[in-house]
Design a protein. Structure first.
Length: 87
């Protein structure tokens, strides 16, 4: 699994919870720029990604800065994959 694959998955799941397309998310990865963005939506997104990859993200890494940007969220998922031994 490459970083690109993780980013594509994050954009697909983010698009689903934000009511956008994956292409829109990839082009504008600042998730807080979308009307549906909220802390509840981001919590749902993280939960979906954890279920998808069988990981648990470090709660200390679930900061506003990491949750409002698709690239940073992808890096967080990748870190959890490494920690869990899935990568």
């Amino acid at each position: 699994m490459t970083s690109e694959n993780v980013f594509r998955t994050v954009t697909r799941y983010a698009a689903g919870v934000l009511g956008e397309t994956p292409e829109q998310i990839a082009a504008q990865p600042r998730l807080d720029q979308y009307p549906a963005f909220s802390s509840f939506v981001m919590a749902d997104l993280v939960e979906q990604l954890e279920e998808r990859y069988g990981i648990v993200c470090d709660p200390e890494e679930l900061t506003p800065a990491n949750l409002r940007d698709a690239h940073r969220l992808s890096a967080l998922v990748e870190g959890a994959l490494v920690t869990s031994g899935r990568r």
